[in-house]
Design a protein around this ligand. Structure first.
Ligand code: 13P
Length: 341
């Protein structure tokens, strides 16, 4: 394990005012996103779309790294044939790769899932490093519901996250450790707080047991937030306060950065929440930034609409969203920025 390189990569991911673009939708998931704009999902269309995001001029001012799906890491720009990992590296953006193979039903535990993908992972990581990736992602999903999450679900997912993280560090890749407590359901902010606290404390216990170097990883969690169908929606300030309070309890200060997922929040809410956390606190032990998928791409995807002639408009929308989130990572975002597209 090259400790220095891992630490440098992790710190670069959370450089001031920068965060991650999560563009690692699996083929079925990007198919759903394309269906929402009436576009068929072919290999070339996927390359066109990812290419428009990656070639957006100036996106590197706010984006430190991009998480890709296996297919994307092997693709190139359609016009010039420049491999995406080369293109990003030359812009100073770190290529990342999703390495889990998805969340599958957990045997004996109805409604719960365990993320798979450990078999053969060491060999796959070696190849991804050769292809230019410098960090990786593994997402575990935790569902809140009647009597769940179970301790079993939390423990198997934490165990897998730690095994993945240890393998990544061995291969020279910074692990993005993503335990996502889902926003689905009608639970309150307080319930989300408790489940997130328990999930993270089990995850960090496993990371410790398995010898993962905390200085060379990034945490990618959910925010502490009201569920989508909760009748009482917490305010921006309440979400920001609860999230920071929860994380101060369970995330060791050796972790260089926390890059939140957006998890179904609107673009605006995801930016406002991140900004409020940074604006309220000037002495946190870790950087707080973003690793958004939908909340960075929704406007760009809609502006593109599957049509090549709309690429400049889509790039404008993506640049603007990245700029707003870059400002939020510094606590310097304001609602007026929304009018500056
Ligand atoms: P969202 O921000 O759309 O939740 O996606 C982030 C991600 O990478 C989920 O694994």
């Amino acid at each position: 394990m090259d400790r220095t390189q891992l630490i440098e990569t992790a710190q670069a991911i959370v450089a001031d005012g920068k965060g991650i673009l999560a563009a690692d939708e699996s083929t079925p998931t990007i198919g759903k996103r394309f269906a929402s704009i009436g576009t068929e999902s072919s290999e070339d269309k996927r390359a066109e779309y990812r290419g428009l995001l990656f070639t957006t001029e100036g996106m590197e001012e706010f984006i430190s790294g991009v998480i890709m799906f296996d297919e994307t890491l092997r693709q190139s720009t359609l016009n010039e044939g420049v491999p995406f990992s080369k293109l990003l590296t030359e812009k100073g953006v770190l290529p990342g790769i999703k390495v889990d193979s998805g969340a599958k039903p957990l045997a004996g535990h109805e409604g719960e899932k365990v993320t798979e993908g450990l078999d053969g992972l060491r060999e796959r990581l070696e190849e991804y490093y050769e292809l230019g990736a410098r960090f990786a992602k593994w997402r575990a999903v935790i569902t809140i519901g009647d009597g769940i999450p179970s301790r079993a679900c939390l423990e198997v997912n934490a165990h897998a996250l730690a095994r993945y993280a240890a393998l990544c560090q061995e291969a020279g890749l910074v692990p993005i450790v993503e335990p996502e407590v889902l926003m689905d359901g009608n639970h309150s902010l307080d319930t989300c707080f408790g489940e997130t606290e328990e999930t993270l404390s089990i995850v960090f216990h496993e990371l410790f047991k398995q010898g993962v170097m905390l200085e060379g990883m990034i945490l990618k969690p959910n925010m502490v937030i009201s569920a989508l169908d909760c009748p009482e929606q917490a305010s921006v300030e309440e979400v920001a306060e609860a999230t920071v309070e929860c994380f101060l309890r369970v995330v060791p200060s050796a972790v260089p950065g926390i890059c939140f997922l957006s998890g179904g929040q609107s673009e605006l809410a995801a930016t406002q929440h991140l900004n409020a956390m940074n604006a309220m606190n000037d002495a946190l032990p870790w950087k707080l930034s973003f690793s958004y998928g939908r909340a960075l791409q929704a406007a760009a995807l809609n502006a593109w609409g599957g049509k090549s002639e709309n690429i400049p408009e889509a790039q404008k929308a993506f640049y603007h969203r990245a700029q707003c989130n870059g400002a939020a990572a510094l606590g310097q975002y304001s609602n007026e920025m929304e009018n500056q597209v």
